[in-house]
Design a protein around this ligand. Sequence first.
Ligand code: CMC
Length: 430
Amino acid sequence: MGSNTLTITDNRTGKKYEVPIKEGTIKATDLRQIKTGEDDFGVMTYDPAFMNTAACRSAITYIDGDKGILEYRGYPIEQLAEKSTYLETAYLLVYGELPTATQLSEWQYNITHHTFINENLKGVLDAFRYNAHPMGILIAMISAMGTFYPEAKNIFDAEIRQRQIYRLVAKMITIAGFSYRHMMGMPKVYPDNDLSYPGNFLNMMFKTTELKYQPNRALERALEVLFILHADHEQNCSTSAMRVIGSSQVDPYSAVAGAAAALYGPLHGGANEQVIRMLTEIGSKQNIPAFIKKVEAGEGVKLMGFGHRVYKNYDPRAKIIKRVAYEVFEVNGTNPLLDIALELERIALEDDYFIKRKLYPNVDFYSGLIYQAMKFPMDMFPVLFAIPRVSGWLAQWQEMLEDPDQKISRPRQIYVGAKRRDFVPIERRK
Ligand code: CMC
């Protein structure tokens, strides 16, 4: 085997350069030495949307998109979904190892005892109209919450950082539950510390007149699994936003609010909502072929819940979700859109357009169907994604802060605008 280097010949100058290859990667800054003269800035890489650029080294989540493999800290997602809880998985993501029994009970205690939000924050919530999208509320509330904890700015103090991690993981379910109740015009339900994390969330969403809310065990477990599946997904759009914002050394509440905003978009965490809208619009199985034709014609119509930047195979989360869906349907009855979804998947997986582009169902294809069967309104779907993803964002943020390679994020650009010209007074402009 040859050396771990890449030899580049610059045909403009005839010069040769040798750059090291480490972990299958060359450093973009190594290309800067390739110049045509003293005034030349040096060669850059152009990679909009980061199609082939690693922005960090990470030890948190591993994905093999061709094989459909997803692992958190080396543990296969299938095993975590079967055997773990969301809080245990969140601990694993944040600290790198599965907790011992004592570590887990301390972690659970600390999360459970940070679920209350300051009463003044309810004033922020009350300022929203009844029909405000709960994701918009969530983003604003997380950002507002940061102002209650000015100590959070001390991001290099590990103890203070840890406290913000407890607070952010804990208070997500309270903010989410309160936003839903605001939307419904119902009184807020306060956290119940006897319940599990997903059970407590269901309590804050759905408790009515009962003295003690008891979540349905199957639904509580289904939500637990959904939270595990959504906890992290390496350098996706919102996680990259978290890292980029965090790289300015801002407090974690501001960074999480920005990450949540990135998640809100229909190509990311908003896709599950779009899947239900799409299935509703298709309306019945016989309309599927016509819909597929529209997608293939490239008329701006996408098969939502299909395709992924990294997975070129079945998203392993989608497989687990499909199974969980049936468990939820057994309790709450099936979702009438399921038949359309199954048929749509069957047809798409046999269709040349989708085969050629390696488009498979992603996590969002079935998650919306489950959420709907669990009686969550569509507007809450991206919020359900954001709740567990906070642990992934925080793990990635912490890793970034401790990584000596990292600096403030600041991409380069290729300037393609007007050349220098003189200002024209308004009366002389055409
Ligand atoms: N329906 C129809 N065509 C598609 C789809 C789709 N859902 N996804 C990709 N394509 C086509 C795309 O038009 C392109 O075709 P062509 O080569 O002829 O131009 C080709 O497949 C490659 O797609 P791409 O847009 O270059 O792929 P990308 O990596 O930039 O985009 C994606 C990934 C997830 C944004 C995209 O697949 C998509 O928009 N899917 C629908 C939205 C969705 O389900 N999002 C949830 C993603 S999973 C959860 C999460 O991470 O948030």
